[in-house]
Design a protein around this ligand. Structure first.
Ligand code: FAD
Length: 416
């Protein structure tokens, strides 16, 4: 009898255990689905796992869009747990040098009511979501499983299991049945690739001519009795920007007093600096005044040389689903450039909205699920496409308009 009841539950498989996939699993589990999460990598809570640091920025800006999606995930202390490790950023701090050579910093608040966005450690947020899922009896986390194929008519998926080869030395494969697949496997999504074979998907991707590289401002060592906040070398409550017209350097605070910094710059400038890494500190002195007093020249050179120079992709597609069996969310559906700080936030919001359509059609009948998915795709497309566009436009805003309000207008007039 118990088995009969179990068979009536919806089997939802989630591809990808990033922030969006884990939140999707939580929403599904709280609605009583039998949930399995398949992740390509090993468990990021395992100290042996190679951290994601250099495929995704270490810390991110979490905004109300994402916070609300976590808040509505169900009855748990998850949001509180995540918030404990965040730092509010009330505005951006613009750094520059006056015509007389004096360094200045100018705070620009995000909100007249003082509301903030929050610096959050990407790994910490992801771990909190995984811990939450681990505590749920109807969730199974399956690591080292890479989605390699899917049949969305027969509702079957195939995974390659890494690290456990068969006697022929090749990785083994496993077949999994499902009612619903939620593809949250990032910008290079395999779920999206297979979905394309089943639906007339419009698809557009663009690599912008900007690369990014990560740096770090180390925390200050505290003297005995010193105020713990003194560990931050610059204001912890701001997102710091060194605008440079064609380049930009930003810094986001971390709980330990350090700042994760990102250099955004056209690829040709990376090529030039690559040829003479010793000129990195003088480049910073010229374009990002004050940074060399926060990061030593040796650290600047070693971060520039050792950390990867990574591309930025922008993806738009539609629809996001096929029939009643698959939907893609997060970066898999709408990877965007990071200048609006909304990629993850928008992905988390996808989940809140997706499940509001499942709640509108709460039965587990495939016909209801297909209505929910079709309405979700139609509803979500315009917003997702607009956020992608805003993210692209905000690059001009952040690197130039923060110092010259007319710059963006001039640039727009030149380009149009
Ligand atoms: P991902 O984080 O990419 O997770 C996908 C998961 O799927 C991964 O764990 C991957 O291993 C797994 N996977 C991939 N392929 C397979 C497969 N075939 N089978 C099984 N598993 C698979 N967003 C913000 O909201 N705020 C910010 O401030 C911000 N800053 C950013 C700064 C930078 C420099 C960059 C590059 C991005 C930034 N973003 C920011 C965007 C944010 O990182 C992404 O939008 C977010 O990580 C997307 O989450 P996701 O879960 O959809 O995908």
């Amino acid at each position: 009898m118990a088995q009969d009841n179990k068979d009536k539950r919806q089997r939802t498989i989630v591809i990808g255990a990033g922030p969006v996939g884990t939140l999707a699993a939580l929403y599904a589990a709280n609605r009583g689905h039998d949930v399995e999460v398949y992740e390509l990598r090993s468990d990021l809570r395992d100290p042996q796992t190679v951290p994601l640091n250099f495929t995704k920025s270490i810390n991110l800006a979490l905004s109300e869009r994402g916070i609300n999606a976590i808040r509505q995930s169900g009855p748990s202390a998850l949001l509180e747990k995540i918030f404990n490790d965040t730092i509010p950023m009330v505005g951006r701090m613009i750094h520059g040098e006056s015509s007389t050579g004096d360094l200045y910093e100018k705070s620009q608040n995000y909100d007249v009511h003082g509301r903030a966005i929050y610096a959050v450690d990407r790994g910490g947020l992801n771990k909190a979501l995984l811990d939450e899922l681990d505590s749920m009896p109807n969730v199974k986390l399956v690591f080292n499983h890479k989605l390699t194929g899917a049949d969305f008519q027969k509702r079957k998926a195939w995974f390659e299991i890494s690290g456990n080869p068969g006697t022929d030395g090749r990785n083994r494969e496993v077949e999994v049945d499902f009612d619903l697949m939620i593809g949250a496997d990032g910008a290079h999504s395999a779920a999206r690739y297979h979905l394309m074979k089943y639906t007339r998907m419009d698809y557009q991707q663009e690599y912008i001519d900007t690369l990014w590289c990560e740096f770090q401002i180390r925390p200050k060592e505290l003297r005995p009795g010193e105020d713990p906040d003194a560990r931050f070398r610059i204001s912890p409550n701001h997102l710091h920007i060194w605008p440079g017209k064609d380049f930009m350097f930003i810094a986001i605070p971390s709980f330990d007093g350090s700042f994760t910094c990102t250099l955004f710059m056209p690829s040709e400038n990376f090529v030039t600096l690559d040829a003479t890494p010793s000129s990195v500190p003088s480049f910073f002195n010229k374009y990002f005044p004050g940074v060399t007093s926060l990061i030593s020249p040796a650290d600047l050179i070693s971060s520039f040389t050792n950390n990867p120079h990574l591309p930025l992709i922008s993806i738009k597609c539609n629809p996001y689903h096929f029939s009643d069996s698959i939907v893609i969310v997060g970066d898999a559906a709408h990877a965007m450039v990071p200048f609006y700080g909304q990629g993850m936030n928008a992905g988390l919001e996808d989940i809140r909205i997706l499940f509001s359509f499942f709640d509108k059609y709460p039965s587990i009948l495939p016909s209801d699920r297909s209505k929910a998915l079709a309405e979700y795709s139609a509803f979500r497309k315009p917003d997702a496409h607009v956020i992608n566009d805003l993210a692209l436009h905000n690059y001009v805003e952040m690197r130039a308009s923060t110092v010259s309000p007319t710059y963006a207008l001039r640039k727009w007039l030149e380009e149009n």
